[in-house]
Each structure stands twice: as C-alpha cells, then as structure tokens.
Design a protein around this ligand. Structure first.
Ligand code: FAD
Length: 462
C-alpha cells in the first residue's frame, strides 16, 4: 500500500477552511481529484448554468493547488468506481472528502467505503445536520425550533487557514483536460450575462468582502429587488468555495448583534440540508401526501404548455415575474423575493406542479441546490412539511408595488422602461400601454378562485 491520500473534491472547491484539505496536508503525499459524474446524481446531474460555473471554479482550484504543489487530477465517470480504480492504480487506500448530504452522494459514499478507507469531514454546513436535534434526538421539521437549537451550537468552529503546501505524489496519473469537458456553452453562447460573477474561491472572498458593509442593513433591504441588499453568495456556498463558518464569523465580526437577520437566513441552508437528510426524495415527492391527488394542469397539453413556456421566457404579462425570469435566464440568479413570487405564480395562478418549476430552476440557476431549491419550492407550494399554506396566494401586483420593484422591472423588461412608477407594475393601466408586451396570462381574482377550487377538490377527495 502506498503512503498518502486521495483528496476528493465535490461541492467544496476551496482550500481555506476545507477540513479534508487540512487533514491530507498532515498525511504524506496528496492526490487531489475532481470527478465529473453525470451518472451518480441521475436526474439531478449538474445543469447547464452550473456547468459554466464549474468550469471557472475548477480552473481557479487547479491553479491554487498547482501553487501549493499538488496539481488537481480531473477524471470523468461514476465517482465511486473511478475513485476505487484510482486507489488500485496508485496503491493509495485512503480517501479524504467533505461530507455531503444529497442522497446520491450518500449512496456513492457508502459504495466507495466498501473498497477504500473513506474519511469524511464535516464542513458543508454550520453544524452537522444529525447534531441539530431536539432533546429526544428527533430532527426538526419546522424552522424556528431548528434555528433555536442551531443557535445553541453557534458560533461554528473558527475557520482554519489553508496549508502552506501540499506534497504531491512522485508520479501522479494523467487526467483529462478541463477544456475537453466542454462545460461552457457555445453556439449560442447564452452565458454572456454571467460576467456579473467571478466563480472560484477568490471570487467568493471578494463577494463576501463586497457585502460585509451591508450586513447591518440586510433586514431592511433584503426584500427589495431594485436594491443590491443581499450577499449573492449562494453559488459560492453551493460549490463550497467559501465555508458557511467563514461567512458566519465574518458577518458577526462586521455587524455584531445586527448580523442576526442575515445569519438566520444563512441557517435556512442548514435547515434545507437537514430536510434532505430526513426526506431524501424532497425534490421529487410532496412532503404532504394530500397533494399527490392535486389536479395540476399538464404541461404537455396545449394550454398548459403555452403557459409554462411563457413563464420560462418571462412573457406572463406580469412585469415583476417577467423581470425575474429574464434576470434568471440572463445571469443564472434571481432575487429571493422574486423567486417566491414567480414560483407562487407558476403553482397557484397557472396551476402547474411545482416540480416543473423546480426543474427549470435546476437547469438555469448558478446556485441550483437540491436542498435549497426543493425545500423552497415545496415551501411556496404549501406541499412541504414546513411551508406556507397553499391557500396563501401571493398577489404579484401588490408584491411588486410593496417591494418597490420599479427599477428592477426597468432593468430586466426594457420594453417597459419608459413607464412611470404608477403604471410600471400594471402596464395595461398606462394611458398608452407599450406595444409588444403581453397581456396577463390570467387575472389574479380568476386565478385565485381556480386555485382555491382545486384545493377544495383535493381536500374533499373529489
Ligand atoms: P442572502 O440573502 O445573502 O443569503 C445568504 C445565504 O443564505 C444564501 O446565499 C443562501 O445560501 C442562504 N439562504 C438565503 N435564503 C435562503 C432560503 N430561503 N433557503 C435556503 N437558503 C437560503 N437558494 C439556493 O442556494 N439554491 C437554490 O436552488 C434555490 N432555489 C430557490 C427556489 C425558490 C422557489 C425560492 C423561493 C428560493 C430558492 N433559494 C435557493 C433560496 C434563496 O432564494 C437564495 O438562496 C438567495 O436568493 C440567494 O441569494 P443571496 O446569496 O444573495 O442570499
């Protein structure tokens, strides 16, 4: 058996406060590896927007590892088989990795552990999900008690520096070239608007530094889509380019007690992963079985298909929703308040199953995350174990006015940019409505009545 360790990267593409990196640094020669695996996650393989992100993030990680002395090996295939083969080839039996909670990773970890010594480290969340439990040891299903229990364990560990250097294998195997993975879009290059992002560990640190002066005002601005009031750390956190512990400590240091609302929001990410741990099929099954019999409109039938397409393209006739869906398409990200409004509209106004929306988000978001995406869609739909009730139907027009989305709409729906604040939320009320902007797909009152009737039907078992 050869000395040293394989260092397996997944959604933990960083060197700072990365526990597996720290562990291998003290354990002889290191072989860092990333496996591009489209098989293990099944239907949840990484989507197009995230492939763009992954390309850039891996480029940054490769350069950083090269700098430390142990270059990153890129391999492709079913991760547990590829790693088992790598262990045989190199004679290294120990694999260090950060633990992840998505069901496909857990299954892969269990398979891999049969052929190698797999050492998993806590590092993807603020606290290990299995440690945030009630006094009887039960996992939480509702956020507020979860938050209280998590707070009892906070602050998280102090972030740890990256090792000065890593000792490479004398003769590392040859891997693949990143460019050959063709992760970036070509013809058409729909990612031009993604240049608002800087993927990678350095980009994550810069995003945090940029946001820190705003932390104390987060509660006042986080719901305003026209204002840059949130951190935009979500893709960095998803890919593990920065640890949640680092974010926690830096935000607390910056704003002390006023960091509370931001830290609470950060904790939703831990809560979501705890939900995934309890309900591995969170992305494909209703948390409340009652909704299994709900009469959703089919997106294969003509009118459902047309409505779904209008939603995906930002042509619903509701400016706030269209702005959000276009922001998503152009940049791979959407403001949280608008995500809620757009999701609610798809589910309750258009009566389209939340799973279709969640899948669309999966392919288009740079921060697409099995826990966060599934939990939030189920929360909005009212189908989750902790969620807003279905009958609470968001009114897109009043939401748009209440959260002052006028400038946001002007930015993303340019055909409405000449409308004043009084008319921009409802362009059809303008003295001369702009040509080319669609009529609303359905009126709010009509949609609300239809949704409540569908809810009544499922409740009474009709
Ligand atoms: P901030 O407001 O700065 O929050 C900091 C961090 O806390 C975020 O980066 C995120 O990691 C976490 N966080 C904040 N709000 C939530 C939340 N409601 N649930 C879970 N974690 C949260 N978030 C994703 O990361 N990936 C997804 O795929 C995703 N899908 C969503 C789908 C719907 C329908 C909705 C309503 C929300 C979804 N969210 C998702 C949650 C939220 O919209 C984003 O995390 C947030 O908008 C990211 O922007 P930010 O980094 O500026 O957030």
């Amino acid at each position: 058996m050869a000395a040293g360790s394989i260092l397996w990267f997944r959604q933990d593409l960083r060197l700072f406060d990365q526990p597996a990196v720290r562990a291998v640094a003290a354990d002889g020669p290191v072989l860092p590896v990333y496996v591009l695996d489209d098989e293990t996650p099944g239907d949840w393989r990484i989507g197009a927007a995230q492939r763009w992100w992954l390309h850039h993030s891996l480029k940054g990680l490769s350069a950083a590892l090269e700098d430390k002395g142990a270059p990153l090996l890129l391999l492709r295939g079913k991760c547990d088989e590829v790693l088992a083969e790598l262990a045989r080839e190199t004679g290294i039996r120990r694999v260090h990795a950060v633990q992840h909670h998505e069901p496909w990773w857990r299954r892969a970890e269990a398979r891999l552990a049969k052929s190698v010594e797999l050492v998993l480290h806590h590092g993807a969340t603020l606290a290990p999900p299995e440690q945030v439990t009630s006094r009887t040891g039960a996992s939480y299903r509702v956020f507020t008690p979860f938050w209280r229990a998590l707070l009892d364990q906070m602050p998280p560990h102090k972030p740890e520096a990256a090792p000065q250097s890593l000792k490479p294998l004398p003769k590392p195997p040859r891997g693949e070239a990143l460019a050959d993975w063709k992760l970036l879009p070509r013809r058409p290059d729909w990612a031009k608007g993604f240049d608002v992002w800087t993927p990678g560990e350095e980009g994550a640190k810069a995003a945090l530094r940029h946001f820190l002066p705003e932390v104390a005002d987060y509660d006042a601005t986080r719901n305003l889509p026209s204002v840059e009031g949130t951190s935009r750390l979500s893709p960095h956190l998803h890919f593990g380019e920065i640890s949640p512990a680092t974010v926690w400590h830096m935000a607390s240091k910056q704003a002390h007690a006023r960091a509370g609302p931001f830290l609470r929001e950060l904790a939703w990410r831990d809560f979501a992963l705890g939900q995934v741990q309890q309900f591995p099929r969170l992305g494909e099954e209703n948390g409340r079985e009652q909704f299994d019999g709900f009469s959703w409109r089919s997106i294969n039938a003509r009118s459902g298909k047309a409505d779904f397409e209008a939603w995906t393209r930002g042509r619903t006739g509701y400016p706030i929703i269209d702005a959000g869906m276009r922001q998503l398409w152009a940049t791979g990200w959407m403001h949280n308040r608008v995500r809620m409004i757009a999701a609610s509209f798809l589910i309750k106004h258009l009566l389209i199953d939340w799973q279709h929306g969640a899948r669309w988000f999966w392919g288009t978001l740079v921060d697409a995350d099995y826990g966060n995406n599934s939990m939030n869609w189920q929360w909005v739909a009212g189908t989750g174990v902790d969620s807003a009730p279905f009958y609470r139907i968001m009114a897109p027009l009043s939401q748009s006015a209440k959260f002052n989305a006028a400038d946001y709409i002007r930015e993303w729906v340019p055909e409405l940019s000449d409308l004043d604040d009084a008319h921009i939320h409802e362009p059809w009320t303008a003295p001369s409505p702009p040509a080319g902007y669609p009529e609303p797909l359905i009126g709010h009152a009509e949609a609300r009545a239809r949704a409540l009737a569908a809810l009544d039907a499922v409740k009474s078992g009709k």
